[in-house]
Write a protein that binds this ligand. Structure first.
Ligand code: BGC
Length: 278
């Protein structure tokens, strides 16, 4: 849903101070980091955020992408055998059918559950942090001990009960919720801003003794404008992927997204897609 995401990004740009000034160019850092593609449990951190399951094979072909999610509790098609599906309780529209869907996944070895999608956005899951805590306890904490529980995923918006402030309020209301990983999204204009934001998220997770952070959506704003998959986004990924892989506190991540005009171009990989699976 590219147009929807573009609207979302425009809204973010219009409503917050998170965008870097237009024309800002970042200096590419030549870091002396080994491209560690494996997380501590031996699985790649890299995931595919998708709507069409049949497209995930394009990202999975090199074996770099180990997991996938589709903002849903159902795979909506067959994923490549090497790719682990992670269900998400998008928001209240998915409460019906949730327990049965998760039980089915648990029976086939499910290991993780993602919480609500951007509850700090009116156009997304739209929940106050206290309502979200109640829903989380009911629908997700129920599966503690059977699956690893990931928090709702907030935007990088800035403000009262927005972004990481929403997350802090949620975690304060949900100390008994069994949250084991923090989830965040980021849309912005530079690798430096991205790293700063991820650093803030992992620091917040630390405060609540949550050992890992997942970045379940991220992209350059310029990658959402219809010219997605460009060399600019490929350069961005070439810089931030080794950095993400080297961050011990980052559990998993998924660039937005596995579809035409983003990581894919027509029936193949775009420039950014090639960087993502390299
Ligand atoms: C929406 C999802 C959608 C995805 C990809 C997200 O922002 O919340 O429902 O599937 O974008 O289009």
């Amino acid at each position: 849903m590219v147009s929807f995401k573009s609207l979302f990004t425009s809204a973010l740009l219009a409503s917050s101070a998170l965008a870097a000034p237009h024309g800002h160019t970042h200096t590419k850092l030549h870091q002396n980091l080994d491209p560690v593609k494996r997380s501590t449990n031996g699985t790649s951190k890299r995931g595919a955020a998708y709507n069409d399951a049949s497209l995930v094979q394009h990202l999975a072909s090199t074996g770099t992408v180990s997991w996938a999610y589709d903002w849903n509790m159902y795979t909506m098609g067959d994923l490549p055998g090497t790719v682990e599906f992670v269900p998400m309780l998008w928001g209240s529209k998915m409460f019906t059918g949730w327990f049965a869907a998760i039980q089915t996944l648990l029976n086939s070895g499910n290991k993780y559950i993602l919480g609500f999608n951007e509850p700090d956005m009116a156009s997304q899951a739209a929940m106050s942090s206290s309502d979200a805590a109640g829903y989380y306890r009911n629908y997700i904490t129920t599966f503690a001990g059977k699956s690893k529980l990931v928090s709702p995923a907030v935007t990088n918006g800035v403000g009262s009960d927005v972004g990481l402030d929403w997350m802090r309020n949620f975690l304060n209301s949900c100390t008994d919720c069994g949250v084991e990983a923090l989830a965040v999204h980021w849309y912005g204009d530079s690798a430096d801003d991205f790293k700063t934001f991820v650093g803030k998220a992992t620091a917040l997770a630390d405060e609540f003794n949550i050992g890992e952070t997942w970045v379940t959506e991220f992209a350059l704003n310029s990658d959402l404008s219809g010219s997605g998959g460009s060399s600019t986004s490929a350069d961005f990924l070439t810089e931030v992927l080794p950095w993400l892989d080297a961050q011990e506190k980052v559990g998993r991540y998924a660039y937005f997204m596995c579809s035409d005009g983003h990581l894919l171009s027509g029936s193949g990989l775009s420039l950014s897609g090639k960087a993502y699976v390299a």
